[in-house]
Design a binder for this molecule. Structure first.
Ligand code: AN0
Ligand code: CP
Length: 317
């Protein structure tokens, strides 16, 4: 595997899951694989889990790691070609990317949707430029449209906790004060659609995701109806996708918050969220603190998804 930006890059998903569980059993089995190899992690946006879990995964594989926060300490970067650079950005991405590529063997990039241009976001402009100009294998640490390391960890977690072969998994929108990207819900949907689970998406009208991500999922506008008989509730906020409201917060309807009364409609469902989560906006204190909440094991599996991906990339260097 050269690059990793979506579920299809992994190839056979069941095989990848098998590899992930092997790694989880003994995460230091492949410490020779990354010897003298350097991972460069580039963050255009904040991170807690991705930063730590990916670095830990790389260390488990014997790699060296370097982290660059582009907005703290590095030169501000111009991204458009043809611009007369007489403003506040002293360096262009077209030099910065190949220079970064000189110092490492693998590059991870976090670059969220900017909500300035739907076309730029949905063409994954930033990730594509890294793939094109860095000369190195590139993986997404959350791009504009997907968060595949998160979705892989989510899938690993569901596989660990599921009580039936084909669980009912519900992705629910929940309120949030600020506009958030569609990357996490898009990606979760993409990965769920690659399984044989029963998959339902519920959100208020106006929050429809891009059809290519919704795929074969059932869309249910009645959140309570969607929750009935669910085995997993996956909560997430996202801003509107459809024009003319792309990137906008349409409503902050607190009746969509996941609470214990709604969880009681489910089949004793597990509660999931990628974190960071705003308590009592997305989910109440009592639900996230309940025994059914698996947000911490879910986050722990980020180390496993990252290590599985890095192992595959190292193997094809
Ligand atoms: C980001 C998002 O919603 O995409 C990252 C989640 C992993 N969340 C925030 O910016 C709060
Ligand atoms: N879930 C996740 O990616 O968290 P961070 O934004 O903290 O990396």
């Amino acid at each position: 595997m050269r690059n990793f930006t979506n579920v299809h890059d992994l190839g056979n998903l069941q095989q990848a899951l098998k590899e992930a569980f092997e790694i989880k059993k003994d995460r230091f089995r492949f410490t020779e694989l990354g010897k003298n190899k350097t991972l460069l992690m580039i963050f255009f946006n904040s991170s807690l889990r991705t930063r730590l879990s990916t670095q830990k995964a790389a260390m488990n594989l014997g790699m060296n790691t370097m982290v660059l926060d582009v907005n703290q300490g590095a030169w501000r970067l111009e991204t458009e070609r043809g611009v007369v650079m007489d403003g506040d950005k002293p360096e262009h991405l077209l030099e910065a990317i190949p220079v970064m590529g000189c110092y490492c063997d693998v590059i991870g990039v976090r670059s969220f949707a900017r909500f300035e241009s739907k076309e730029d976001d949905y063409s994954e402009k930033m990730l594509s430029e890294f793939i094109k100009y860095s000369g190195r294998p590139v993986f997404s640490m959350e791009g504009a449209t997907r968060h595949p390391l998160q979705s892989f960890a989510d899938l690993i977690t569901i596989e660990e906790y599921k009580k039936t072969a084909r669980p009912k998994v519900v992705l629910t929108w929940a309120p949030h004060p600020k506009a958030l990207p569609q990357a996490v819900p898009n990606s979760f949907a993409e990965w769920m659609n690659a399984t044989d689970y029963e998959f339902v998406i519920t959100h208020p009208e106006g929050y429809e995701l891009a059809p290519e991500f919704v795929g074969n999922a059932r869309v249910e506008y009645d959140q309570r109806k969607a929750f009935e008989g669910a085995d997993f509730i996956y909560a997430k906020n996202w801003a509107a996708y459809a024009d003319p409201h792309y990137g906008k917060v349409l409503i902050r309807d607190m009746s969509w918050t996941v609470d214990s009364e709604k969880m009681a409609l489910t089949n004793d469902a597990y509660f999931m969220h990628c974190l960071p989560v705003r308590r009592n906006m997305i989910v109440t204190d009592d639900v996230i603190e309940s025994p059914q909440s698996i947000v911490i094991p879910e986050a722990a599996n980020r180390e496993i998804s990252a290590q599985t991906v890095l192992k595959k990339m190292l193997k094809s260097l």
